[in-house]
Design a protein around this ligand. Structure first.
Ligand code: CTP
Length: 406
């Protein structure tokens, strides 16, 4: 496993001492551990313990470290491959749910795009309190991973659910998030992402709300897993993930050309782009002017269906994977597309949901297979969904190659 930077946030609870075991184990695995403690946490366990275990300074106060303008929470946020908060008090959970940033841990979480894992620990009544449960479910919806506390004897003398998960459970959850265990070495993958723009005149175009996040997450995960990645991207504001070759396109026609050109070398094509199905029939080289009282009727014509066209040249060892963004009859419409476009599988989602649409950081998808199987996956970040998609693509390709060898 490659070495990662883990930010370990420790909040003020009696279970804070157990975080020492987590820190030590991560350091032994070769990861860099940067510990942040709240003031309250330092009452339970000395920062020196973590400084010694991690061989790194421990951050506590947002304002004490910088000698030059390098706010520590931003530096930590950028360095993080993963942020773990263990133990997480009810107070910290509430702050994260609200987006408060009045201490170094919550400010770092807010400023970072790294995945977040929290291990709550508190009195059983506090844990059962609906407000804590609501905050936790809000965080879950936003893609935060939560390790449920255990049931048993609590330091306050009560019995119930609230005891910090055993350090071994926390470490195993960390390892799962750090190393999805996906190996795509030797794969050449072609991914399309984002919207397309179909120009009407020099200043106007038809487009859609796709942000490109799903396709970029697929590209990032594939590159991290050792694949050679070509990303054909419509206009987005996203940065190119490390190790990815991006080809920027604008129209459906450009995307079609770039995809067709690179497809023959690809082990797999994932069409995550929201390709326009129609474009203006005529492009006006001059700006279209309004005419008094007159209506403007736009005539549209079909664009090429990229996946259907690629199906004609697809070799038996190549995978094609599509997406189906639907507002009704999700499963039946996705199945029609799976069959029509001769896909290895299709990833369907309901775009009417605010937590799973184009603009959300999370998604909830159903995967449909040619043999009739459907697989409903839970709501998760697009990064996590990207991992699940590649895991399935890998299995499918292994099956295909085994069948071809026979
Ligand atoms: N797709 C494509 N070329 C197009 C349109 C879509 O390759 N011109 C791909 C998308 O990238 C996606 C899949 O086909 O992977 C399904 O796209 P979607 O827009 O949901 O379906 P359509 O086939 O365009 O059907 P409809 O718009 O009628 O739902």
């Amino acid at each position: 496993m490659s070495k990662k930077t883990v930010i370990l946030g420790i909040t003020g609870g009696i279970a804070a001492y157990k975080a020492a075991h987590v820190a030590s184990s991560l350091v032994q695995s070769g990861h860099t551990v940067k510990v942040i403690m709240t003031e309250a946490a330092t009452r339970f366990i000395a920062p020196l313990t973590f400084q010694t275990l991690s061989n790194q300074p421990v951050a506590i106060d947002m304002f004490d470290t910088p000698k030059r303008f390098d706010p520590a929470h931003i530096a930590y946020a950028q360095a993080a491959d993963l942020i773990v908060i263990a133990p997480a008090t009810a107070n910290m959970i509430a702050k994260l749910a609200l987006g408060l940033a009045d201490d170094m841990i919550s400010a770092t979480v807010l400023a970072s795009r790294a995945p977040v894992l929290i291990a709550p620990a508190m009195n059983a009544n506090m844990y059962a309190n609906p407000v804590v449960q609501q905050n936790l479910s809000l965080l879950k919806q936003r893609g935060v991973s939560i390790i449920e506390p255990e049931t048993g004897f609590l330091a306050c003398g009560a019995k119930g659910q609230g005891r910090l998960a055993a350090p071994e459970r926390i470490i195993s959850a960390i390892n799962k998030l750090l190393a999805p265990g996906l190996d795509l070495a030797g794969w050449k993958v072609l991914i399309t992402a984002g919207p397309t723009r179909e120009p009407l005149d020099p200043v106007r175009f038809l487009s859609n709300r796709s942000t490109g996040r799903m396709g970029y997450a697929l590209a990032a995960v594939a590159a991290q897993s050792g694949a050679q990645v070509t990303l054909v991207s419509g206009p987005t504001s996203l940065l190119v993930p490390p190790g990815v070759e991006r080809i920027s396109v604008a129209t459906a026609e450009d995307m079609y050309r770039a995809t067709k050109e690179h497809f023959p070398q690809a082990s797999a094509l994932v069409m995550a782009a929201a390709v326009a199905d129609f474009r203006p029939k005529a492009y006006s080289p001059g700006k279209i002017k309004k005419k008094d009282g007159g209506e403007l009727v736009l005539e549209l014509e079909r664009t090429v269906d990229i996946l259907s066209s690629v199906a004609q040249i697809k070799q038996p060892h190549q995978l094609t994977i599509g997406f189906a963004a639907e507002s009704a009859h999700l499963i039946s419409r996705a199945r029609e597309k799976l069959n029509q476009k001769q896909l290895d599988f299709i990833v369907a989602n309901d775009i009417t949901r605010t937590d799973a649409g184009f603009e959300a950081p999370t998604n909830e998808v159903t995967i449909l297979w040619p043999d009739g199987r459907t697989e409903q996956l839970p709501l998760a970040t697009k990064e996590k969904i990207a991992i699940w998609i590649w895991e399935r693509a890998k299995k499918r390709r292994e099956e295909l190659l085994a069948r071809l060898e026979k």
